[in-house]
Ligand binder design. Sequence first.
Ligand code: 4AD
Ligand code: MG
Length: 430
Amino acid sequence: MEKIHDILSDKFINSEVEIRGWVYRIRSSGKITFIILRDSSGIIQCVASSDNLNEDQMRELSSMTVESSMEVSGTVRKDDRAITGYELAIKSYKIYERNENFPITKDLGEEFLLDNRHLWIRSREFTSVLKIRSTVFKAFADFFYNNSYYQVQAPMFVSTATEGGSTLFTVDYFGEKVNLTQSSQFYLETLIYSLEKVFTIAPSFRAEKSRTRRHLAEYWHAEGEAAWYSNEDMMKDEEKLIEYIVNEVIKNNSEDLNIIGRDINVLKKIRAPFERIKYRDLIEMANKKFGMDLKYGDDLGADEEYNIMIHFDRPIFVTNYPEELKTFYHKPDPENPGEILCHDMLAPEGYGEVIGGGERIYDLNELLDRLKKNNLNPEDYYWYVDLRKYGSIPHSGFGLGLDRLVTWICGLKNIRDSIPYPRTVRRVKP
Ligand code: 4AD
Ligand code: MG
């Protein structure tokens, strides 16, 4: 049994091959039937003609339907008119299942397609996005293994908030109210005292009502934490990481990028180092150069980041946000009062934030102070506080939204299309 992609080659001309998969398109003129078959690797035109097949077989093949499953054997020919340059002259075949009325057709409404996501994901474009997504997940892990990080796992049921209370999902846990995790960061911080450099890939949950094109209620969060790292050290790993991931996609998925219409030359520009811009300078740049109207202290949401990043063709780091804009664990910048040693990586072409990270407070009293300022009870965070009592060290970390990264790399309009089963404010099925 061959894979379709492998036989699209001059080497296979006149060879007998056997393939199996699903009917992608079908066209019949009575005398001749063209069945385009797809498998996970690609598509090929298969030709049924009376040269090789009897009348019953011809009739059966001409009535095949889209997304029916079958196996076909025959010989490969080159044909420039065929959709992928080669075709297969059918000699024999076997039908596994012949369906009636595959529900996904052209020009369907958004809601219908979302309800039928389990069938829609078979589309050629979606298949390519999923292949790119697969490369991104692998490349993320490979990069960190290659740089002496250990992969670890943190719980999803938690009793603390990492990123503030407003986006917590509460669930019943044997009669007790607990939360679904927003970030594995605090658990990663506990693990650097044994492993020094750690990473994890896990879902994070945010009860964000915002119906933007970049928010999911459940998303895939890739996080790293490193002992002895400064904010700058962390950014250095991150820019190399992004360069590496994009390169892996270019190397492994050029055909997929082509299928989804993503210009590979745009991605080839993604080379480290990325520009670092302080928040206050970015505000000034936005007002002076991009005609925006921002004040120091304004939070940058999806719209603001879009209007800024539309002017960039490579990612940037925004550092030194004002203390009030970020969560309590960020380390204040001793050189710039009121600012913190943190960074967001914003993706170009309007995409905006894909990474949030920075240096963590490691002084006990400083942390207790910040907890108090934020009206948080240190007792709820006793284990996080403990880390500042026993061998505390400088360290930094980050969180990367993998779905947002895939959205940008693929040039998609909506984060929903980067994941097979998006969870949004309005949808938890299928
Ligand atoms: O900026 P965030 O909230 O930072 C943290 O959670 C830190 N504790 C991470 C860390 O330092 N370990 O989230 C990190 C990233 C964002 O930059 C974004 O890419 C992604 O997670 N993200 C989302 N992606 C999709 N849907 C959402 N609702 C997201 N919220 C955050
Ligand atoms: Mg953030």
